[in-house]
Design a protein around this ligand. Structure first.
Ligand SMILES: Nc1ccn([C@@H]2O[C@H](COP(=O)(O)OP(=O)(O)OP(=O)(O)O)[C@@H](O)[C@H]2O)c(=O)n1
Ligand SMILES: C[C@](O)(CO)[C@H](O)COP(=O)(O)O
Length: 236
């Protein structure tokens, strides 16, 4: 039986918050583009069969990556929002396989994903009826802040987690959930939100805090440090 999973990588963003000369997934991190690190982590996992990457129209950077031809990567067109890019990739994947595999949706902007975290997801979710996501529990005091930077309230952090990726759901159920959310004009910023909108209850899987999403300029140096620690075997 084929128990392999697929990955979907939304990579059609412009990285506006990074304020760089190119989309952040193409910025150089430890001598190679961010997206190449992310793809390498996924493709080198033995249970990932292939990857569908959603790219912006006429992305001028992708062709020059010169990725190894044997990498099982397919590309499709991204959309206006991250959810649209994921939906497009899922529709592409539905035409590639008759199965209803687990799909791990992983941000191109998260290059520090560990195989151990992917393994945790596969171990904890493969028999789950819904699926789930990787995340990290909040460990600081949380404030709600007004537009004038005054503190409005302290938020009880009990049960609060930062959601990350991969987010792991069955191909056809996730595609339908994203379609329904869009038709109802529900703005979902992650896949779990669409599944929740359908009344389903995804699981949370504890992951490593170094699986950061590169968003702001200072995130690049932090990601470089995390990658070096991981590659040196120093990271816990
Ligand atoms: N229309 C979009 C928007 C985002 N993404 C991807 O979704 C991931 C996470 O989104 P985010 O961090 O918000 O990336 P950007 O939208 O590029 O960043 P910004 O909001 O700063 O512009 C990124 O890998 C990004 O490339 C995408 O595929 N399609
Ligand atoms: C999906 C995500 O990585 C979960 O934290 C995040 O929501 C994506 O980034 P965005 O800035 O919300 O598009």
């Amino acid at each position: 039986m084929n128990n392999k999973v697929w990955a979907v990588v939304p990579a059609a963003g412009i990285g506006s918050r990074m304020q760089a000369d190119r989309p952040k997934q193409y910025l150089i991190l430890n001598n190679q583009p961010v997206i190449v690190h992310s793809l390498q982590r996924l493709i080198s996992h033995p249970l990932i069969e292939g990857v569908v990457v959603a790219l912006s129209a006429n992305d001028p950077y992708w062709p020059s990556l010169n990725l190894p031809s044997h990498w099982p990567i397919h590309t499709t067109l991204g959309g206006e929002h991250r959810a649209d890019s994921v939906s497009n990739a899922l529709e592409f994947l539905k035409n590639l396989t008759q199965r209803d595999p687990w799909v791990l949706v992983h941000d191109a902007a998260r290059p520090c994903i560990r195989h151990s975290d992917i393994d945790s997801m596969l171990q904890q979710l493969s028999d789950d009826p819904v699926g789930g996501i990787l995340g990290v529990p909040l460990s600081e005091t949380i404030k709600r802040v007004n537009a004038d930077n005054t503190i409005e309230a302290t938020v009880d952090r009990t049960g609060l987690w930062r959601a990350s990726t991969p987010q792991m759901f069955r191909l056809r159920g996730l595609a339908e959930a994203l379609t329904q959310a869009k038709q109802c004009n529900i703005n979902v910023t992650d896949e779990a939100s669409a599944m929740e909108f359908m009344g389903l209850v995804p699981k949370m899987v504890a992951g490593h805090a170094d699986n950061i999403k590169i968003t702001l300029p200072q995130d690049l140096a932090l990601a470089a440090l995390f990658l070096q620690q991981q590659n040196n075997g120093e990271a816990a």
